[in-house]
Design a binder for this molecule. Structure first.
Ligand SMILES: CSC[C@@H](O)[C@@H](O)C(=O)COP(=O)(O)O
Length: 357
């Protein structure tokens, strides 16, 4: 399994190690988390971010919590573990992967009746590592499938950060770009800075430069003009939650990009693992949208830039209606329209082998 210097999270003994993404690219600091609350804080403050990485962090937090539960019997352990899981689930609301991972962690106790508490704690810990490793294999499969939508010499636009840092490693949208670049070094990536948290200029630009992938940074406002000038061949973004009809929540600003892409005849792809799909939501209208601190808008690196007392709203995500999406690149293939049927089939498909056919 690849292990890039930019992997965001790993176990070190009984501690969860988290690369603090708030400080990147200029400072590498690793947080040593030994309690559930340490990890929840890292998720809420976006020391770790990106839907799949948040899911992995949630799984590891569950394992940390399980280890410290004091319980005389399995029943008590399960009751306490359930409470730990619910606390972790609510750390960030929009990404589906966190709920998916917490469910997978709780399933360990459901699927192992008659097993004593120490063994359950061990199985829970092993499950968290398995979720991390599976995520990397999943992203590599997304990369292999995604290569087929990237023409030779493509000029790709991406948004926010859907790279190694946003996942266990390798990335989803950036996984496709990594795979395509390995086959065709002539491609070029434009990344948008992604106001207000700057995941594009701080993280995506950093990952692309580390991989020596030709890239250029633009302000978010410049994307439409580049498309209008025929300087972009396709857009690839990640996702936080995909409804059963293909409506996709992703970083605020994604919707605007998708509309611009359609207006300019540019294909618009979403790259995401199946754990991002929420089949219980018929469409995107009920996807919970995280509202973050207004200070992220009024301040820049802690310095007030708007007039003092200025009101601001800061929705962290938006929902792109499925009609603007050309295809959804998953680990089991590319889902095309009609998405409802394709998504159902993808969810039923067996996990990928290492060489998709
Ligand atoms: C593979 S990451 C997919 C998404 O989580 C990503 O595009 C995104 O919107 C991240 O938002 P963030 O607020 O940085 O967690």
């Amino acid at each position: 399994m690849p292990s890039s210097p930019l992997r965001p999270i790993w176990w070190d003994g009984d501690a969860v190690m988290i690369l603090d993404q708030r400080l990147l690219p200029h400072k590498h600091k690793v947080l040593r988390c030994t309690t559930v609350d340490d990890v929840i804080r890292a998720i809420k403050t976006m020391a770790i971010r990106g839907a799949p990485a948040v899911g992995i962090a949630g799984a590891m937090a569950a394992a940390l919590g399980a280890r410290t539960i004091m319980a005389a019997d399995v029943r008590t352990f399960v009751r306490k573990f359930s409470r730990v899981c619910e606390r972790i689930r609510s750390a960030r609301p929009t990404g589906n992967n966190l709920s998916w991972a917490v469910d997978a962690m709780f399933a360990v106790v459901v699927e192992n009746p008659g097993v004593d508490v120490p063994r359950l704690q061990q199985l829970i810990r092993e499950k968290s590592q398995a979720i991390l490793e599976e995520d990397v294999r999943t992203n590599e499969a997304i990369g292999r499938w995604g290569m087929e939508v990237v023409p030779r010499g493509a000029r790709i636009l991406t948004y926010c950060n859907a790279g190694a840092l946003a996942t266990g490693d390798y990335g989803t949208a950036l996984g496709v770009i990594r795979a395509a670049f390995a086959a065709d070094p002539s491609l070029h990536v434009t990344c948008c800075e992604t106001r207000p948290f700057l995941q594009g200029s701080r993280l995506t630009a950093y990952e692309l430069m580390a991989e020596k992938i030709p890239c250029t940074l633009i302000t978010d406002n410049a994307a439409g003009s580049l498309m209008q000038q025929k300087k972009i061949d396709l857009v690839i973004v990640g996702a936080d939650r995909i409804a059963a009809n293909g409506d996709t929540a992703n970083k605020i600003g994604t919707y605007a990009l998708a509309v611009l892409a359609q207006a300019n005849g540019v294909p618009f792809y979403v790259a995401a693992p199946r754990s991002t799909i929420d089949p219980l939501l018929p469409n995107g209208s009920q996807i919970p949208i995280e509202e973050r601190d207004a200070k992220e808008v009024t301040h820049f690196y802690g310095r007030l830039v708007a007039p003092r007392g200025m009101a601001a709203v800061n929705p962290a995500f938006d929902v792109t209606p499925h009609r603007y999406i050309t295809g959804i690149i998953t680990e089991v293939g590319i889902i095309r329209k009609p998405f409802t049927r394709g998504i159902r089939r993808a969810l039923e498909a067996p996990p990928p082998t290492s060489n998709p056919v």
